[in-house]
Design a protein around this ligand. Structure first.
Ligand code: SR1
Ligand code: MG
Length: 415
């Protein structure tokens, strides 16, 4: 059954009621259930259902992009890939990915564990709140999901069929291919930026050959790499946090691709939050901004440490065979491998920042700044960092932090 209209609370409750295991989780009877639409993402409808004994989250994919309606058709099959990736990532990182409980292929509807007491990380950041362990949790999540779906952990005979499963997520991947790496670099009807303040910045960026080449190389990497099973859209709106826990949701863009795509996207949105808190003329970084930069470092440090440990303790894949590589050489190669992931991450971070400033799906961190001049100053600084990350290789997370701080320094009258 195709979903061509907006699902309603009664339909969601009826669906849940028909599945005894789900109804039992809620307890009571349907008339006692409280169904609310809670989704604020661009793509799908999301509801919470609370009963006397528990709660569930229900997500339905219409055959179009939610915020655009029927003017932008999109395969509802994305729900199948999301469900499949969520199951895989939950198995690998159960503390950081909710359990996928049910999938209805006809309605393109999934039911997942309700995350009690959580809020969307982006909303928390806009409110000036950042749970102390979120960076460490996200680094662990990235290490577990990316390592265990790579050739370092999976023998080729298991990895190839898994890659093949996700190769079908063509429409979602092509959104990323077009939106991040191409559309923003030429006139396209969905592009938007703070006008007229950033007009000259956009023109300059589109004429910047070094930057265009760097972005083209990243597009090639996204298209050709099958390094690990990615979340595929890891921004701060895809992360739910409570004071103690961190969970990653919304895996509909999942595909095999370069690890740096996930790591870099997360960096990008932490850095967007960092620049969004700037007040022109005030040079000092606020303590909250410092914490955001520390979080970028915490994500990378935890990721690199956990990834290295996993590689040492569970080298169960077919790449880098221990049978032929002496231990000291293998140890050095671990560093080389992570250096490459880091370089890819900073590049993808730059590309993601640019598309979020001048493309579709601009983040509320920036759009929520009512004063257009102030917003443009914040966004211009973010663009400045993005160029630096794309055109000059950064070696460490501390280098990225230093580059972010430099991007805030006044550059002429424009700020
Ligand atoms: C249909 S495109 C919607 C955009 O918002 C999502 O979060 C993705 O990032 C995508 O680019
Ligand atoms: Mg999303």
């Amino acid at each position: 059954m195709e979903t061509t209209t907006r699902p309603d609370a009664a339909g969601i409750a009826a669906h849940v009621e028909a599945i005894p295991e789900l109804a039992a989780r809620l307890g009571g009877v349907r008339a006692q259930w409280d169904v609310r639409e809670i989704g604020d993402g661009n793509v799908n409808y999301v509801f919470s259902v609370h009963g006397p004994d528990g709660a569930l989250c229900v997500k339905q994919a219409p055959p179009f992009v939610r915020v655009a309606g029927s003017s932008w058709p999109l395969t509802p099959e994305r729900a199948r890939y999301e469900h499949r990736a969520m199951r895989e990532h939950h198995r690998l990182a159960p503390d950081h990915v909710p359990a996928a409980l049910h999938y209805d292929p006809d309605r393109h509807l999934q039911v997942v564990e309700h995350l009690d007491g959580h809020v969307v990380l982006r909303h928390a950041l806009v409110d000036g709140r950042l749970p102390a362990d979120a960076g460490r949790h996200l680094g662990a999540y990235l290490a577990l999901t990316l390592f265990h779906t790579s050739d370092l952990a999976l023998p080729a005979a298991r990895k190839r069929p898994l890659v093949a499963e996700f190769e079908g997520n063509v429409e979602m991947c092509s959104i990323m291919e077009d939106m991040i790496f191409t559309e923003v670099y030429h006139p396209f009807h969905r592009n938007q930026w703070t006008r007229p303040q950033l007009d000259a910045d956009v023109e300059r960026l589109r004429a910047d050959t070094d930057l265009l080449v760097a972005v083209a190389r990243l597009k090639d990497l996204y298209l050709t790499s099958r390094q690990a099973l990615l979340h595929g859209d890891l921004h701060t709106g895809s992360v739910m946090v409570s004071e103690r826990a961190t969970h990653v949701i919304d895996q509909e863009f999942a595909c095999f691709g370069p690890m740096g795509f996930d790591v870099g996207s997360l960096f990008a949105h932490l850095l967007i939050a960092y620049f969004a808190r700037d007040v022109p003329g005030v040079e000092a970084e606020t303590p909250f901004q410092t914490r955001l930069l520390e979080t970028v470092e915490a994500v990378w440090d935890e990721f690199a440490a956990r990834f290295t440990d996993l590689w040492r303790s569970s080298p169960t894949g077919d790449s880098y065979p221990a049978a032929v590589l002496p231990p000291a050489v293998l140890d050095r190669e671990r560093t080389v491998y992570l250096d490459r992931v880091f370089r890819d991450s900073t590049g993808f971070c730059g590309a993601e920042v640019i598309r979020r400033v001048i493309g579709f799906a601009r983040p509320v961190d920036f759009t929520g700044i009512g004063d257009a001049d102030r917003r443009a100053t914040c966004e211009r600084r973010a663009l400045r960092l993005a160029r630096e990350l794309l055109v000059h290789d950064q070696r460490t997370a501390a280098d990225v932090v230093a580059a972010a701080r430099r991007a805030r320094l006044p550059h002429g009258a424009a700020g």
